[in-house]
Design a protein around this ligand. Structure first.
Ligand SMILES: NC(=O)c1ccc[n+]([C@@H]2O[C@H](COP(=O)([O-])OP(=O)(O)OC[C@H]3O[C@@H](n4cnc5c(N)ncnc54)[C@H](O)[C@@H]3O)[C@@H](O)[C@H]2O)c1
Ligand SMILES: C[N+](C)(C)CC=O
Length: 490
């Protein structure tokens, strides 16, 4: 059994109200950990610590090189503890350990990337239009940052926030999802081991509408960075208005995966599966909206069905497992309602649509890979994020129609398409209104490239230079070297 506390101002601390929460393994419903359940007061203490560390501490004034060294140390510690971290992530989320290992490599790379960025000169000199003056632009840390993360990629999403914030010189109060805190707890230990000064990084645990709400409302927080659902994002926008704090939002997606008839057929089938069934479809960028050109539609669906019916469900710790459980019973019920909606609005359910049978699946939150055919863009199941292992298939007849349909969504996180026609690649990638467009691939992301959404999929970007800029204020410093009076007033 793992026990976890919060980390505030350099000390491990229980919640002021003494509450704790059991953490459940989604594979078998067993309690694997018991952690402090923070409340608003705990969050206030963490914010005060971060405020003091920013206003009076050394962190913002360190050189970029110095902050980079701390981040590089963290990178090395994450590499050292990769296997432990990966297993904790799988215990918490149910995803396969192999997927968690990829996550940990991405997390280590993120810290390394921002360790390098921390010391880069990003200010610049402006050619002042007034003689004998200077004009320079400098980047400064925003201040105290509240960072709220979801349960599907607990540490990966947190690291996309923590690494650039620390590199920029900000101080942080991090809040993981209340149901998946284990790897964020572990990285907090590593942050302590790396010697990052007290108050610079603080961890509060607890519910979103309590601890998360306090962070987004607090006038002592300068920036709130949130990854999660659209409805929560909406609430955060409202509460962030208390002090017009800066907001960075990474929200949901309903991501089209478009297969043109001239695509490499086998490759597109293979990736249509990868696009959806990693982590049981619980991925913001899952390609659950599959669009297939009429000429190959029927053959493609047959090939897909065959492969889908063979996906091996089981424990994320079992080497043969290809897909683990959903995160919780509550989430499984949401998927069940989504599938019911699809049936009621006339989509044709041809595979899955139920809880798998068998002893191994009795205690976990499993759901079968599910395929709906004959879907159209007016259906709710095509417009709403399922966040589960469910594909909706639409048929299209022309490139224009495919692009128009794909863009007909309130979301704009990511899209992919498959073709062997180079001229089409240029046309389609420029017309798709999404923050990431994959051509002949799906679900690829890495620290150097920005990540974020058009439309209601979010505000701002994580990763890349843009991800660091979120945590920086831009200041213009103008100096007048002339000493002659202006004489306007005599
Ligand atoms: N765009 C991206 O990069 C990205 C990445 C991962 C997940 N997501 C999205 O996240 C969603 C799934 O995650 P989830 O179910 O954990 O989302 P969620 O919105 O329910 O919760 C996310 C976080 O917000 C907190 N929270 C809940 N209510 C809050 C409130 N009133 N004020 C402040 N914080 C609050 C939760 O405790 C949790 O830590 C999906 O929509 C998915 O697409 C997006
Ligand atoms: C951003 N990503 C793809 C790592 C996880 C989305 O849920």
């Amino acid at each position: 059994m793992i026990y976890g506390k919060m980390y505030i101002n350099g000390s491990w601390t229980s919640s002021v109200n003494g509450l704790t929460r059991d953490i459940i393994n989604p594979y078998n419903s067993e309690i694997v950990a018991n952690v402090s359940e923070g409340c608003r007061e705990d969050a206030e203490l963490a914010v005060s610590a971060a405020r003091d560390a920013f206003d009076n501490g050394e962190w913002p004034g360190l050189t970029g090189d110095q902050r980079g060294e701390y981040l590089y140390r963290l990178y090395e510690l994450i590499k050292r503890d990769r296997e432990e971290l990966a297993k904790l992530e799988s215990l918490d989320t149910g995803k396969t350990v192999e997927e968690s290992r990829w996550d940990m490599d991405g997390i280590a790379d993120t810290f390394k990337y921002y360790a390098e960025r921390a010391s880069e000169e990003r200010g610049y000199i402006v050619d002042s239009p007034i003689p004998n003056t200077s004009s320079i632009v400098v980047k400064e840390p925003v201040g105290v940052c509240g960072q709220i993360s979801p349960w599907n990629y607990p540490l990966l999403q947190a690291s996309w926030k923590i690494a650039p914030a620390l590199a920029a010189g900000c101080t942080v109060v991090a809040k993981p999802s209340e149901i998946t805190p284990l790897t964020t707890l572990k990285i907090t230990e590593l942050i302590e081991e790396a010697g990052i000064p007290a108050g610079v990084f603080n961890l509060v645990l607890g519910k979103g509408d309590e601890v998360g709400a306090l962070l987004s409302e607090s006038k002592n927080v300068d920036l709130i960075s949130f990854t999660g659902g659209i409805e929560t994002g909406r609430k955060i926008i409202k509460s962030a208005s208390s002090n017009i704090k800066k907001i960075a939002l990474e929200l949901g997606g309903k991501n089209p995966n478009i297969v043109f008839a001239d695509a490499d057929f086998d490759l597109a089938v293979d990736f249509a599966l990868n696009a959806v069934f990693f982590h049981a479809g619980q991925i913001c960028s899952a390609g659950t909206r599959l669009m297939i050109e009429d000429k190959i539609h029927d053959d493609f669906v047959e090939a897909l069905k065959l492969k889908m019916s063979k996906i091996k469900l089981g424990s994320g710790f079992d080497k043969d497992t290809q897909m683990g459980p959903l995160i919780s019973e509550e989430h499984r019920q949401k998927i069940e309602r989504y599938v019911e909606t699809g049936i009621n609005e006339g989509a044709e359910l041809v595979l899955g649509g139920k809880i798998p049978e068998g002893k191994e699946f009795e205690k976990g939150f499993f759901y079968e890979p599910t395929l709906f055919l004959n879907c159209n863009e007016d259906m709710q199941i095509v417009q709403q994020e399922s966040f589960g292992p469910v594909i909706t298939v639409e048929r299209f007849y022309s490139e224009d129609e495919a692009v128009k349909k794909a863009n007909n969504t309130k979301y704009g996180l990511s899209a992919g398409f498959w073709t062997s026609d180079n001229s089409r690649i240029n046309r389609v990638s420029s017309k798709l209104k999404f923050g990431t467009v994959w051509v002949n691939d799906f679900n690829i992301y890495f620290p150097k490239a920005p990540w974020g959404g058009y439309k209601q999929s979010g505000i701002g970007r994580e990763l890349g230079f843009a991800g660091l800029d979120e945590y920086c204020e831009t200041k213009h410093i103008y100096q007048n070297f002339n000493n002659s009076p202006f004489k306007w007033f005599g």
